[in-house]
Write a protein that binds this ligand. Structure first.
Ligand code: GAR
Length: 187
């Protein structure tokens, strides 16, 4: 079983997933990123995970990324901090086998441009009393596919985008690896 993790930045969630499966040798990983020089690549390499980087053209105008995933015999795809819209050819290749992690309680605070600290700023600005994480299947729209799992946390008056991000990361690290395992085990 090969799991491809797409990530664009720090990669703390990618690392948590990989570590979660480290004693289960039937699960193999590859990490893909649309950015060079991001911490996730170095972290993956340290964990002896193969990495692959690609540009906008590779992703949207060619089959390069698709071909790489096929070559790798990828079975399942996790978007863990990946910010580009997934093209239709990829969604068709992996129907209900691509999941995304979003740092808010969708359908609120999702859509184009809603990622990372922007989400937390919007939640605080709206004086929400709770936020959380959403893990959902990916379709051709941003943050729109069927919800698989949500977990909540409180937002207090003292919270800043940074403190809220920390709470959200804790939830993500706790639940995302477990949910991935549940989904891939069912095959
Ligand atoms: C995570 O909080 C994830 O929910 C968010 O990016 C962060 C990546 O953190 N994703 C989005 O905002 C997608 N719209 P990480 O690089 O430390 O795993």
């Amino acid at each position: 079983m090969k799991i491809a993790i797409f990530a664009s930045g720090n990669g703390s969630n990618a690392v948590k997933i990989i570590e979660h499966f480290k004693d289960k040798s039937q699960y193999q990983f590859v990490v893909l990123s649309n950015k060079k020089d991001v911490p996730v690549l170095e972290k993956a390499q340290k964990l002896k995970i193969e990495t692959y980087t690609f540009g906008r053209k590779d992703f949207y105008e060619t089959e390069n990324v698709l071909d790489f995933l096929k070559e790798q015999k990828t079975d399942f795809v996790v978007l863990a901090g990946f910010l580009w819209l997934i093209p239709e050819n990829l969604i068709k290749l992996y129907p209900n086998k691509i999941i995304n992690l979003h740092p808010a309680l969708l359908p609120k605070y999702g859509g184009k441009g809603m990622f990372g600290s922007r989400v937390h700023e919007a939640v605080i600005e709206a004086k929400e009393q709770e936020s959380g994480i959403t893990i959902h299947y990916v379709n051709e729209k941003y943050d729109d596919g069927q919800v698989i799992f949500q977990a909540k946390c409180k937002v207090t008056q003292e919270d800043t985008p940074e403190s809220l991000a920390q709470k959200i990361h804790q939830l993500e690290h706790l639940y995302l690896p477990e949910i991935v395992e549940k989904l891939v085990k069912n095959w």
